[in-house]
Design a protein. Structure first.
Length: 226
């Protein structure tokens, strides 16, 4: 292998794509792999599958749909806790500043919109991987800056406490559903789990968050989003 060929191999970035829509995954894969700097090593349909594939394949970059089953936010928390050097970029249809902030807190370094020019996608991803600024739409940057200027002790303590929790993707999913008012039985139906399994996940969440009951866990979770 020549020196030039070896250099080309060295600059290939391994990418994981997670989105529950097959056509969207195909479009993202086609766009990314048209650029010789990228190689798609895994495609996933939900948060749990994304976490498993990330741990197995160890990509440099994960491109996650924020609203996929199990939550892209939950997947980001779990992947970055297990693989702290991975770059997480959310690719979403929602130009929502609260979702952006949740993504950043979960460890994402980018938040891109699905309606962006495909020609700009790989440039934005490569910039992040090569140490550039976070890939965020200009329209959302000012709102994000305003939010992070709030340095109150309450906000810092909430973010730090949840950041230390290292919940699994399933635990984040259960906590999110608790926050939406779902009962144990309703969560079990929604996630196709037994109620015993759901209670086990809730008990693990309470232990990791160091709170006495599910109401306290929900309050902590909701403060993180406020």
């Amino acid at each position: 292998m020549s020196g030039a060929d070896w250099e080309a191999v060295e600059t290939v970035y391994r990418v994981l794509i997670a989105d529950d829509h097959a056509q969207t995954r195909a479009d993202i894969r086609e766009t990314i792999q048209a650029d010789a700097r990228f190689l798609v090593v895994a495609e996933c349909v939900d948060a749990a599958e994304a976490v498993d594939a990330a741990v197995r394949e160890k990509p440099q970059l994960c491109v996650l749909d924020i609203k996929m089953p199990g939550s892209g936010i939950a997947a980001a928390w779990e992947i970055t806790s297990r693989l702290p050097d991975v770059c997480i970029v959310m690719l979403t249809a929602f130009a929502d500043d609260q979702l952006l902030l949740s993504a950043i807190r979960a460890g994402a370094v980018g938040y891109l919109l699905k309606d962006m020019d495909p020609k700009r996608l790989t440039a934005a991803l490569a910039d992040v991987l090569e140490g550039g600024v976070a890939a965020i739409p200009r329209s959302l940057v000012l709102r994000m800056l305003d939010e992070f200027r709030d340095r109150s002790a309450r906000r810092r303590s909430v973010v730090q406490e949840l950041g230390r929790a290292t919940l699994t993707s399933r635990e984040w999913e259960v906590l999110n559903l608790l926050g939406e008012g779902y009962s144990t039985a309703a969560i079990a139906r929604r996630l196709v789990l037994s109620q015993i399994t759901v209670r086990s996940h809730i008990a693990s969440v309470l232990r990791k968050l160091r709170v006495p009951d599910r109401e306290s866990a929900v309050r902590l979770f909701q403060q993180r989003r406020d």
